[in-house]
Design a protein around this ligand. Structure first.
Ligand code: UDP
Length: 327
């Protein structure tokens, strides 16, 4: 297929691009490089542009004879969304709906969308099945939920076919170490811990150890970027016009902040000093996927099940690119 990867210069998008190429698809990346990296995109695939530039999106869809779109181009920081919701509604909703309308104009109707566990808010039942009521607790989660609704409405009214993939915590890097996670500022646990191992930070601050979990720290379901990417390829094959798939992407296993730090110590051989800090606002104690539906609907099976194997790939990337894509 000819696939347009919107946001293909970002962390998860860039991994999906490589997997699409590995599988023999033709790929075009559309990205404004506001948060993505030119160096994450293979030579010759990048169209630099804004989603608000409808004419350019339509032209790209037509020129490249695009069959399907993968949409990764969203902002994804909870705190930032609380402080600057306008940024999130514009980028994650308005620009994303522009993309759908460009697709209508170019008669491209298949889309795989990066949704999130943040659409569930603070679920009462964990592991979290897809039937859990979606009650986001921050603007980020709301913007993703709004777009899930837009997709459902575009499917029934205009015959779009879509997959909304609700990611849990993306982790790791391409196993060859060529691409990986590079956010500025970095807020995610694993890269921050590995920055301590690299000597770029003195210590890791654990955001709270008084949660109602086994060791008192928050539990998350970490899922390797390659497994996320694989699910996108499988979803692409399963999409039917007029219908939508809404599935969780996680391993179904929970790992605490303490366990992540310990796994990073084992992988890096570095002591990684930690200090206890206050809770971070808006952190639910435990988010773990009920991951059965993705297996059933997509035939998807994550290959990286333990966090140590995920951290090993991340460590390879961080060691070979201590300053990310910047030289
Ligand atoms: N966390 C932490 N210290 C840090 C960064 C994160 O203790 O410096 C914790 C955070 O509170 C959460 C978990 O690590 O419980 C994962 O956070 P991350 O930001 O990586 O992902 P999130 O679950 O927020 O999407």
């Amino acid at each position: 297929m000819n696939v347009l990867v919107v946001g293909g210069a970002g962390y998860i998008g860039s991994h999906a691009v490589r997997l699409l190429l590995d599988a023999g698809h033709s790929v075009t990346v559309y990205d404004n490089l506001s948060r993505g990296h030119r160096g994450a995109v293979p030579e010759g695939l990048l169209v630099e542009g804004e989603l608000s530039d409808t004419a350019k999106v339509v032209k790209t869809l037509r020129d490249k004879k695009i069959d399907a779109v993968m949409h990764f181009a969203a902002f994804a920081l909870v705190n930032e969304s609380v402080n600057d919701p306008a940024l999130y509604y514009r980028n994650n909703v308005i620009d994303a709906v522009n993309l759908l309308d460009a697709m209508r104009e170019a008669d491209v109707k298949k889309i795989v969308f990066s949704s999130t566990t943040a659409t569930y808010g603070e679920p009462e039942i964990v592991p979290i099945p897809e039937t859990t009521p979606q009650n986001p607790i921050n603007p980020y989660g709301f913007t993703k939920l709004v777009f899930e609704h837009a997709l459902a409405d575009y499917a029934s009214a205009y015959g779009f076919g879509y997959a909304a993939l609700r990611y849990f915590n993306a982790a790791g890097a391409r196993p060859d170490g060529s691409i990986g996670e590079d956010h500025d500022p970095e807020s995610h646990l694993i890269p921050i811990v590995l920055q301590v191992a690299l000597g770029q930070r003195d210590e890791i601050t654990v955001f709270g150890d008084d949660y109602a979990t086994e060791d008192g720290t928050c539990v998350r379901d970490y899922i390797h970027v390659h497994d996320l990417g694989d699910a996108h390829l499988l979803a692409l094959e399963k999409i039917e016009l007029g219908k939508g798939l809404r599935v969780n992407l996680g391993t179904g296993r929970g790992t605490s902040v303490r366990e992540i730090i310990e796994a990073c110590r084992e992988v890096t051989g570095h002591p990684i000093p930690e200090k206890m800090g206050p809770r971070r606002a808006g952190d639910p104690p435990k988010l773990v996927a009920d991951a059965r539906l993705a297996k059933e609907l997509l035939g998807w099976e994550p290959k990286y099940m333990d966090v140590k194997s995920m951290v090993e790939t991340a460590w390879k990337w961080h060691q070979s690119h201590p300053h990310g894509y910047a030289k």
